[in-house]
Design a protein around this ligand. Structure first.
Ligand code: AMP
Length: 199
């Protein structure tokens, strides 16, 4: 199973990705997580992207595309993967198309979690509170000012992907404002319908 998960920051992509990973025995490929690991490790990639990420801006395409290519080629991904946070722009989506077709692979579906923007701030504030309650440090970009910037980037650069994948017939749009279990059930149903019609 090869999937893409789309949705603005705070839409619940991480939670749904975890559930899909367990259900289909596939690997999660979150560019945000992979980049944060690089920043924490202080690797050459991490040093390049640290400040860009803290400002809520997008990291250059060549860096994220190379990161994804490497992970798709890894043996752990042979059963499939779920991309979370990539592609972020139509240009990245085209790069992903090329990457997959070069390997004779294709996506089984693109799941979009739709959430109203005013709900996102509440969700991110909750994530910050929960992280702090666990005694952990909140993400540098989980901050109300940076969040607005990230949502604006999403609206401008990532939301057009919805049309891009709709035109290709691979978009599965979900109401991401429902409870976590309901969203999960909707995704499962949509994927099963897709598989049963041979989509
Ligand atoms: P996320 O965890 O998906 O919200 O990503 C956190 C940050 O990582 C973003 O604000 C960007 O700075 C960077 N990032 C993650 N994925 C990408 C991507 N596909 N393209 C460019 N930058 C990305």
């Amino acid at each position: 199973m090869r999937l893409v998960l789309l949705g603005p920051p705070g839409a619940g992509k991480g939670t749904q990705a975890e559930r899909l990973v367990a259900h289909y025995n596939i690997v999660p490929l979150s560019t945000g997580d992979l980049l944060r690991v690089a920043v924490t490790a202080g690797s050459p990639l991490g040093l390049k992207v640290k400040d860009i990420m803290a400002r809520g801006e997008l990291v250059p395409d060549d860096l994220v595309v190379a990161l994804i290519a490497e992970r798709i080629d890894a043996p752990e991904a042979k059963n499939g993967f779920i991309l979370d946070g990539f592609p972020r722009t139509v240009k990245q989506a085209q790069a992903l198309d090329r990457l997959l077709s070069e390997r004779g692979l294709k996506l089984d579906g693109v799941i979009e979690l739709r959430v109203d923007e005013d709900i996102l701030v509440d969700r991110i504030e909750k994530r910050i509170r929960e992280t702090k309650a666990k005694g952990q440090t909140a993400r540098a970009d989980d901050d109300p000012v940076v969040l607005k910037q990230r949502v604006a980037h999403y609206r401008k650069q990532t939301a057009p992907l919805s049309d891009y994948y709709h035109q290709k017939g691979s978009l599965l749009a979900m109401d991401g404002m429902q409870g976590v279990d309901k969203v999960e059930a909707d995704i499962e149903r949509a994927l099963q319908e897709r598989v049963s019609v041979g989509g």
